[in-house]
Design a protein. Structure first.
Length: 121
């Protein structure tokens, strides 16, 4: 059993059929047939039943169970905490590098001032 998606150019809708095998009573041969399930909704990517032929929509209690999934905040907290610790370490390394560069610049400025004094005298 499989599903067939057929696009209708006239109205721009995609219909979903179920592939069914039937036995022809006169010849006894197995014949492939299709049974319509519904229409494919492009926005939600779900199958909307067409009339009585499609499967019944889920009850509201089943929808609430699947939609009301509570995230596990403890794991989210741990993952976020680990990411923040890594970021903090990266910033500390960058801060140390910045301090070393600023010290070197200060030394160069002092040397340049000494050079200028020597040149002027």
């Amino acid at each position: 059993m499989g599903y067939i998606f057929q696009y209708d150019k006239r109205n721009g809708k995609t219909y979903v059929y179920e592939k069914v095998k039937k036995v022809n009573p006169k010849t006894g041969e197995v014949v492939n047939a299709r049974k319509i399930i519904g229409r494919l909704d492009k926005e939600t990517n779900t199958i909307v039943p067409t009339g009585r032929k499609g499967p019944k929509p889920r009850s509201t209690s089943q929808r609430k169970k699947s939609e009301s999934v509570v995230p596990d905040y403890s794991t989210l907290y741990k993952e976020t905490n680990i990411q923040l610790i890594k970021r903090n370490e990266e910033f500390q390394l960058l801060n140390e590098k910045y301090a070393m560069v600023s010290q070197k610049i200060n030394r160069l400025e002092a040397i340049m001032e000494d050079c200028l004094r020597i040149i002027k005298s």
